[in-house]
Design a binder for this molecule. Sequence first.
Ligand SMILES: Cc1cc2nc3c(=O)[nH]c(=O)nc-3n(C[C@H](O)[C@H](O)[C@H](O)COP(=O)(O)OP(=O)(O)OC[C@H]3O[C@@H](n4cnc5c(N)ncnc54)[C@H](O)[C@@H]3O)c2cc1C
Length: 424
Amino acid sequence: MTPKQHQTELRVIVAGGGLGGLALAAGLRTRGINVSVFERDTDLAQTGGYHIHLDEAATGALRDLLDPEPFEEVLASSATTRLQGGDIMRDMRGRLLYRSAAADDDGGVNIDRITLRLILADAVGDALHQGATVQDFARNDDGTNTVTLADGSTHDCDLLVGAEGVHSQIARSLAGRPTSKPTGLLGICGRTTVADLPGTAQRLFGQDSGLAIGPDGTGLYIGYHDPANQAAVRSPARARSVTLEPIYIWGAVLSESAATERLRPLTGSALRDATAALLQDAGWTSPMLDVIAESETDGIAPFRFHAGPPYANQLAPWPAGTVTALGDAVHAMPPTAGMGAATAIRDAADLATRLEAARDQQATIPAAVHRFEHGMRIRGAAAITASLGPVRMIHASATPIGRVAARLGLPIGAALARLRQRTR
Ligand SMILES: Cc1cc2nc3c(=O)[nH]c(=O)nc-3n(C[C@H](O)[C@H](O)[C@H](O)COP(=O)(O)OP(=O)(O)OC[C@H]3O[C@@H](n4cnc5c(N)ncnc54)[C@H](O)[C@@H]3O)c2cc1C
């Protein structure tokens, strides 16, 4: 046994208080492990306002990380996928191309990103330091690390976890190169209250969720979200959802070009209108465009899709030690499979369990981190692979052959889908 293992307390610093970092810190606090989270945001309620899908495995990971009360808050504030409509695929005019046989009951939930972050932050309590930007870190000879913040203060720890998302400097420093690159797609996301849409659009979209693909490298995700009426558990006292009436979360996906470059500085109604105009130029029509036209203008935001390599042996390409990383920092992925947060939360649960063994001196910290990183690589690569499928389809629709296929094939596909429905 090394002298290090005789130390009474394991000190963990988490850089980044996003969903993965806060989930880890909540789990460490539940286990009585000393943790500090440094997050550069000063107002967590300013988190981008989209919903997060947590499948059964991620919901189970949260159950493992949180005390019973905050976990009940998650369930009371979430829409269960069991009560939602089916998974569908449409074309650019809203014609149905595919519908899954039944609602996709993956045992999971959909929850507002803001709500989940606030519940996790409460669980972390005074171990979360907001307005604290991690600037640098140094590895000391005794295996500990010293973290320097932008305000010049320094903080020592036995384990440093980089959870600063897609542009993580810690993961980049460990890997010796960026851990992800842009996929060439730009997303523009927003929220539209169902009641604000014309009746025809409301009837068409119903409670379904799915991606529509159009020509010229375009797509539009529309997802139904109603945590108030489709809560996973009825517990009004614990419900904290910020979405109080049914909404559609929408996400336009555009192949990057000079035209999308002009969108990136825009905000609010200017961004909404320019996005709708680009889709219209590519052949999109009502009722698909109605969802964008009636959108709230507050939360609309553009973001570039990044992805890490979809191969386990290329993720976290460093030897295990006393600095590691999780979530988007290691395995960034576009939101096209809705798995980024779920994977970050599963990372957090896995690392918390491994660190419990280190705290109990059943493993050294590097050995615990080694086991964690092995599972993370496999989990991350599988999720990146799933998220890249739709990315390839959207890119293909921008090629000369893809353009023709989209313009001719999508209407034919829609007609076949109608025929299949009639003959059922
Ligand atoms: C529109 C959209 C929709 C999505 N939908 C889904 C979905 O349905 N399901 C799903 O599973 N995932 C979804 N995702 C992905 C998901 O949000 C991310 O994968 C997830 O948040 C990753 O968690 P993370 O903790 O690794 O990183 P983040 O949540 O990005 O957190 C990183 C944090 O680090 C902080 N930070 C950065 N640098 C520093 C620094 N130097 N010092 C201190 N703090 C720093 C940032 O402020 C941030 O809070 C979606 C993403 C987007 C953009």
